[in-house]
Design a protein. Sequence first.
Length: 61
Amino acid sequence: MSTQPLTPQQIADYLGVTRETIYRMVRKNEIPHFKIRSRIFFSKETIDAWIRDQEQQAIGM
């Protein structure tokens, strides 16, 4: 089962942040993403795993 990649606006809505925040995080390589030519996309499964990882790091602090 393959899922469709999410756009920066879709991932911003999903995370409850602005699109500009997502672009800033991409520039700093703080969020997992991939590019097709110059367009930025996200995998929901990868983002969900990244969120779980962030939660684990916060708990470990």
